[in-house]
Write a protein that binds this ligand. Structure first.
Ligand SMILES: Nc1ncnc2c1ncn2[C@@H]1O[C@H](COP(=O)(O)OP(=O)(O)OP(=O)(O)O)[C@@H](O)[C@H]1O
Length: 276
């Protein structure tokens, strides 16, 4: 079942066509990657879905039309996001930063209690901290955190709201290789637990390693869409990344002097494009 369904979304900034007729679905518990070279339109896509920019096209969350709703109304319906730069309340602790998003308005709490589904703000924050392995930082002040820790708290804060879908805008930026791999394991577990994730990142190992499905943008258009193994050898994707030196010969092609081997294509998208 599609939790998020986006159909033919277009966004223009004056004369710049940042997105043209982009469609993308995220199913329940699915981890979908959205990649593309710098300026391809990835952040604009998340801005369009979350209502931060005006877009043409249709978007549905759990089958309900989001078109025309303001950002806070989309958030209430279960759409959460992180930003490339993680803005935290510096004077609050990590747990307090999470409790702010976990705390629902009183009418919402009353409805949750009536339906017997209430999760207290403390409990939601604790679950989100645990999902990201941040329990030991619960009482640290935000201003004490490293850049990598701030990114993880940003992800936990989005999760604390109990969303249906989280759009993650470059959560691995600022993390080292080991931290990025650990984040990947945790994101995979969050998806397997039922929360749908849309992951934007330039770390190809991360995206290709954990996503169920990958969509590739170039100049605001979808140029490829499919399982990671298919996308990473797609000629259009390889060409899109060539300019960013993101294509390397495989071991097999090096062995055969660059000739495609019988096992598959000679090139795959393997490395990280230049960050913005
Ligand atoms: N507020 C804006 N006003 C005008 N043009 C914009 C604005 N925001 C983005 N753009 C342009 O829209 C296009 C898509 O930008 P966007 O930031 O969505 O790409 P991106 O794929 O997220 O890039 P990156 O990987 O560098 O973050 C680019 O050409 C960018 O210059």
């Amino acid at each position: 079942m599609n939790v998020l369904s986006v159909q033919s979304v277009s966004v223009s900034y004056g004369g710049v066509h940042a997105l043209s007729e982009v469609s993308l679905d995220v199913e329940q518990g699915q981890l979908v990657g959205l990649i593309g070279p710098n300026g391809a339109g990835k952040t604009t896509f998340v801005d369009a879905v979350t209502g931060l920019v005006t877009a043409r096209g249709r978007m549905k969350l759990d089958g309900q039309d989001l078109t025309g709703l303001p950002p806070h109304a989309r958030a209430r319906r279960g759409l959460a996001r992180t930003f490339q730069s993680s803005e935290l309340f510096e004077d609050l602790t990590v747990a307090e930063n999470l409790q702010i998003t976990a705390d629902r308005p009183s009418w919402w709490r009353a409805l949750g209690e009536t339906l017997g589904r209430r999760v207290s703000p403390n409990s939601a924050a604790a679950q989100a901290l645990s999902a990201l392995g941040l329990e030991d930082l619960a009482h640290a002040s935000a201003h004490q955190l490293s850049q990598g820790q701030r990114k993880l708290v940003g992800v936990a804060r989005a999760l604390a709201a109990g969303p249906r879908v989280v759009c993650l805008d470059e959560p691995a930026a600022g993390l080292d290789t080991a931290e990025s791999a650990e984040l990947g394991r945790r994101l995979r577990a969050i998806a397997d637990d039922g929360t749908s994730l849309l992951l934007i990142d330039h770390d190809m190992s991360l995206v290709m390693g954990i996503c169920d499905h990958v969509v590739v943008l170039e100049f605001g258009k979808v140029i490829a869409s499919g399982p990671p193994a298919q996308v990473r050898t797609d000629p259009a994707v390889i060409t899109a990344y060539l300019g960013a030196s993101a294509v390397q010969p495989t071991a097999a092609s090096r062995q055969h002097g660059g000739t495609p081997s019988a096992d598959g294509p000679s090139k795959v998208v393997t490395t990280t494009p230049e960050p913005s």
